[in-house]
Design a protein around this ligand. Sequence first.
Ligand code: SF4
Ligand code: SF4
Length: 407
Amino acid sequence: MVGFSVNVQKGVAMGIDKSLLPEKIFEQYSTDLYHCASCNYCVDAVWPDRNINHVCVTLQHHEKNPSYSGRGFIEAARFLAEGNELDLASLAKRVFTCTGCGNCDTVCPIGLRPSEVGKALREWLSEEGLAPKEVVASRSKILSDGRAYAGSSIYSDIKYTEYAETDCEINYFPGCSSNENLLKTVQSDLKLMDLLRVKFRYLDPHDNCCGAVLKELGEEKESAVWAQDLFKEDQQSSRRNSLVVSGYECCNHLSNTTNREPVSLPRWILSRLLSKDSSTKLELRTKHSVRVNLLETCQLKKESQINRSNPSDEFLFREFLEGFDIIVLNEHYPSQHALCCGASGSMKAMQPTSASVMATDKLPTEEDVISITLDPRCALHYCKSANSSNAVMSFSTFICEYFSISD
Ligand code: SF4
Ligand code: SF4
């Protein structure tokens, strides 16, 4: 920790000469710390016209105290920056009881980044050895298992058409939440690519983890090493083809920590299906309309604004569904303000019961409604929380089960 002078605008907190907040956090987030209007949007906003129906899933389903919200993180950081002592173990408990969903950022009317402040606090407290014991245990388990989900590699159990490496269009990396046996998303991904005659190569027969979940738990450096290690033995051959990744947290992590440009599997498939040149024909297998409940992933939150020139994966999915007799029940999908399902960040490690309630609260009660999410990690969390492998379908499972595919 570094002592330094805070000299912010308009006489706010002028002349303070001792900060208990690391200088790098202050420098990066001083605007957020000193421009926050304490308007409480990020705490409990409800604004039907903007499709905002509460904001912070932690406050909604775990703890009502606003010190657990984005505003609470900003206030704690400012308090420390002004030289005030704070119980750091208690702060660590609060900032790690967060899904990192980013909803507080998307709702802030003046563009502040409370969730990023929370992330910076988590990283700092981790470096100081102050991460809560639940988080430390979760990290240790990942480090000893070598992956965040799925106990072991499933590569030797899976069947798919193998093509000569030089023939392949894509390298496929499932990510370990897709490998978890409960859902078998990876089997659906492979079946879908076989049905669409996509020539692909399984990037890593060891099914190593890319480290994305470690990063969410505050292990920044180790997580980057895991990501780079995926390509260590395969520098040349794997670079020739597009890297297509099933898990969104893996996709974002690999994009941020390696020199690859991964694309999500739903995006790659949907772009192909929606292309004017596509000769693939899909038909719904059912004779009656299909009613679907679409569940957003927080990993796409920052991309989910309407941008017709570069639509997000969830917009592409909705556009795709419009070509069929499918009734989308969520009028506003994809919503930038949808509450998190509890799968991400350190929430599950800190409060598994609350994380499960976050998921089950989003599921419909009607039996004839199919819930779908593009993110395999969210699908897995929903299914585990509801104790049913049919509670929510991943993208590829839905396409394989509900459509017949021909050329
Ligand atoms: S990132 Fe999500 S869970 Fe965390 S404080 Fe913000 S809204 Fe709440
Ligand atoms: S971070 Fe933004 S939304 Fe939250 S209290 Fe401050 S100004 Fe309001």
